[in-house]
Design a protein around this ligand. Structure first.
Ligand SMILES: Nc1ncnc2c1ncn2[C@@H]1O[C@H](COP(=O)(O)OP(=O)(O)OP(=O)(O)O)[C@@H](O)[C@H]1O
Length: 316
């Protein structure tokens, strides 16, 4: 439904997006992740037809964004970063205006308005100037605008940015409710968002795709994936050497803040499962174990491993 092929955007000598590509099918919610300045918004703007790419192409529901812009935009709901709207309008007048500029007739606007007001729960504020609404409601107005024409494809640029935890939760629930019959791209730098609503994640860094997979596949790339945490009942200082030859064990360490000689982290070679071998060795040694558990790793670790901070970013 959303097809992005080899997108490049240069601003003068600076390459903001450098060959980004991915496809999103119906029922998929793709988390588009990257640190600040990675090129997420620039990619989203090109995907939505608001910015012309230097190279590459985008198709929305089979329509090329440059060659068939109206057909492509009819199939797309786009929530730009910050959900801009007209502050002196009310949600009702703003949504009616959006319906008119999109060429919907009166009946379709009335129908669409009724549907989205219910979907994003705007009833209570429908006739209050947008400027006087909370951030959460402003974002809901933006979302309502994006889905007013019930498009099969959605591109949402940081839909929960700046919202409080309850508001974030509500927006994520709304995305999850719409997900089964739409193709959705959610750009974000909030990792919990990905695990909460996305079926797939693409990570970009400095304009390039550095990972593409399900949240579980990405978490499996964490250096801590399948590591074993051991807490011993008493101090045994030579555990690293006693565990070193267990098949699949790469290193045995005691991270900062853990109890020396009692708490160990056993790191596997290439994420292989080592729990059985480690447990067997502990039984063989005959030590009393307080706790033995497998670490799954976190998306956070993978993100930090694959992306660079703002300070390191100098591109040409
Ligand atoms: N019109 C422009 N002219 C020059 N540089 C630009 C322009 N638009 C964006 N950039 C640069 O391109 C890079 C990518 O910007 P973009 O807004 O796409 O990043 P982002 O991943 O969305 O970041 P954030 O999470 O902060 O919104 C940034 O370094 C930005 O300064």
């Amino acid at each position: 439904m959303i097809e992005i092929v080899d997108l490049v955007k240069r601003f003068g000598p600076f390459t903001a997006v450098d060959g980004v590509g991915f496809h999103v099918g119906r029922g998929e919610v793709l988390g588009f992740l990257g640190p600040n300045g990675a090129g997420k918004s620039t990619t989203m703007k090109m995907a939505a037809g608001f910015l012309t790419p230097t190279r590459g192409r985008v198709a929305i529901a089979g329509h090329d964004v440059e060659r068939e812009p109206l057909k492509a935009k009819r199939a797309l709901g786009y929530l730009p970063e910050g959900a801009p709207s007209y502050g002196d309008m009310t949600p009702r007048s703003f949504l009616e205006f959006l319906g008119q500029v999109r060429g919907l007739d009166r009946a379709a606007i009335r129908l669409g308005l009724g549907r989205v007001v219910e979907q994003v729960e705007l009833e209570g504020v429908l006739d209050q100037p947008i400027d006087t609404l909370s951030k959460g409601f402003k974002r809901r107005v933006g979302l309502a605008g994006a889905i007013l024409h019930d498009p099969p494809c959605l591109i949402l640029d940081e839909p929960t940015d700046g919202l409080d935890p309850n508001q974030k939760h509500e927006v994520r629930n709304l995305i999850a409710r719409m997900a089964p019959d739409k193709a959705i791209v959610v750009s974000t730098h909030i990792l919990e968002e990905v695990e909460a609503v996305c079926t797939r994640a693409v990570i970009i860094d400095r304009g390039r795709v550095v990972a593409d997979g399900t949240p579980a596949q990405l978490v499996a790339r964490s250096p801590l994936h399948n590591a074993i945490r051991i807490s011993l009942a008493a101090v045994i200082l030579d555990m690293p050497s006693r565990l070193a030859d267990v098949p699949g064990v790469a290193r045995v360490v005691t991270p900062d803040g853990w109890r020396t000689g009692q708490d160990y982290l056993v790191l596997p070679n290439g994420s292989v499962s080592i729990i059985e071998g480690v447990a067997a060795r502990l039984r063989q040694i005959g030590v009393a174990v307080e706790n033995l558990s497998t670490e799954h790793g976190r998306l956070d670790d993978v993100f930090r491993q694959l992306t660079t901070s703002d300070a390191q970013k100098v591109r040409s």
